[in-house]
Design a protein around this ligand. Structure first.
Ligand code: ATP
Length: 359
């Protein structure tokens, strides 16, 4: 239960700048996810906080005190790795006891029992890691990280080696345990669904920087940068030119089409708005679920159905249009009425478009 403050943290490996002075805070008991593509600096951030690497610049404080010069074992930080990192020659109880011994004020035997209860693996004490399923191994790794009662828990893609169903159940279990212990937690993932479902807040990373920190809903619905709009959710992207802006409405030309958009709330205050002025080039994003295969009054164009992909309750419809290929997510009920090669109208509401200055 601690406040973590990271300020101006930078790290290079030779010529590679892994982190460019990133800053963020993690409140007491908060669950923050670092989300981003491979190589954006997520693991480096965790390793610097844990003390496995030394930063080139910047500050890391926990409970108001700098921990940069503390060795990893003195930081009281738990770490869960993608590959479990259990000791193969030790049984489950000994693996957890190893963690508990890092805190001398704890009775090891009692703590092992408590943690086996917490991760729901009572009765597995004598098994070796090789005699456990991958999900059970990761629960033991979590128990070992929690055993010394850390002030902060760091998890580096802990579910990526598991199959989809197990991932979902273990992620709910991790969130439940984190809330029960009110433990400040920093969780690294490249999986947006995982980040959206788990976190109190998400920090979206790109090329060693943080592009946006906000709640999952804010990140999904109001991305602040073009990168966040393209990385979180599935969106169609168009290049166009601003034709006019008036009374909260923006008119944008994409190819031969004129689209009409409503100015996003808050947009007028920020830098982005200053660049969305007549004559300027923009990128327009429309999420796949916001494209409708009906002819609305505004923003309707003709399209040819190229492919329909069944996804259960919804289906993905691939379309060919004069402004390029599009992806729409519609109900499977509607998708079954569409046949490959048929002509449809595709449209979107003026409030569904997200605008960014062209990059
Ligand atoms: P992934 O999701 O693939 O694990 P990541 O976002 O965690 O990626 P990092 O592992 O933090 O990314 O790496 C950031 C950058 O730093 C990458 O370009 C990587 O190649 C580089 N890097 C990381 N560790 C080292 C190292 N020990 N030596 C050299 N380069 C490194």
């Amino acid at each position: 239960m601690s406040d973590l403050v990271v300020k101006g943290l930078a790290k290079s490996f030779g010529d590679v700048r892994a982190l460019h002075e990133i800053s963020f805070t993690l409140g007491q008991g908060e669950f923050l996810t670092l989300l981003g593509p491979s190589g954006c600096g997520k693991t480096t951030t965790l390793r610097l906080i844990a003390g496995f690497e030394r930063p080139d610049a910047g500050r890391i404080t926990l409970d108001g005190r700098s921990i940069v010069n503390d060795p990893p074992e003195d930081r009281q930080i738990g770490f869960v790795f993608q590959t479990y990192a259990l000791f193969p020659h030790m049984n489950v109880a000994k693996n957890i006891a190893y963690g508990a011994r890092l805190n001398r004020s704890i009775s090891t035997k009692r703590r092992v029992g408590e943690l086996l209860d917490l991760v729901d693996l009572k009765g597995f004490e004598r098994r070796k890691p090789a005699e456990l399923s991958s999900g059970q191994r990761q629960r033991i790794a979590l128990a070992r990280a929690l055993a010394p009662q850390p002030r902060l828990l760091l998890l580096d893609e802990p579910l990526s080696a598991l199959d989809a169903k197990l991932r979902e159940s273990l992620r709910a279990q991790i969130r439940h345990i984190q809330q029960e212990l009110a433990l400040s937690t920093l969780y690294v993932t490249h999986d947006q669904e995982e980040a959206l479902s788990l976190a109190d807040r998400i920090a979206v990373m790109h090329s060693g920087t943080i592009e946006q920190i906000a709640t999952p809903q804010q990140v999904y619905e109001h991305p602040q940068t073009e990168f966040v709009a393209s990385f979180v959710g599935r969106a169609n992207r168009f290049s166009g030119t601003v034709m006019a802006t008036k009374d909260g409405l923006i008119s944008v030309k994409v190819g031969e089409f004129l689209f009409s958009l409503i100015r996003e709330k808050g947009l007028s205050d920020d830098l982005r708005a200053l660049q969305i002025t007549p004559g300027n080039h923009i990128s327009l994003f429309v999420k796949e679920e916001h494209l409708q295969l009906t002819e609305m009054r505004e923003n309707a164009i003709s399209a040819e159905v190229v492919l329909v992909e069944y996804r259960g309750e919804t289906s993905i419809v691939y379309l060919k249009t004069q402004i390029g290929p599009l992806r729409a997510r519609v109900s499977t009920k509607q998708a079954t009425t569409l046949s490959t090669g048929s002509e449809v109208k595709v449209s979107f509401s003026p409030s569904a478009g997200l605008l960014f200055p062209a990059s």
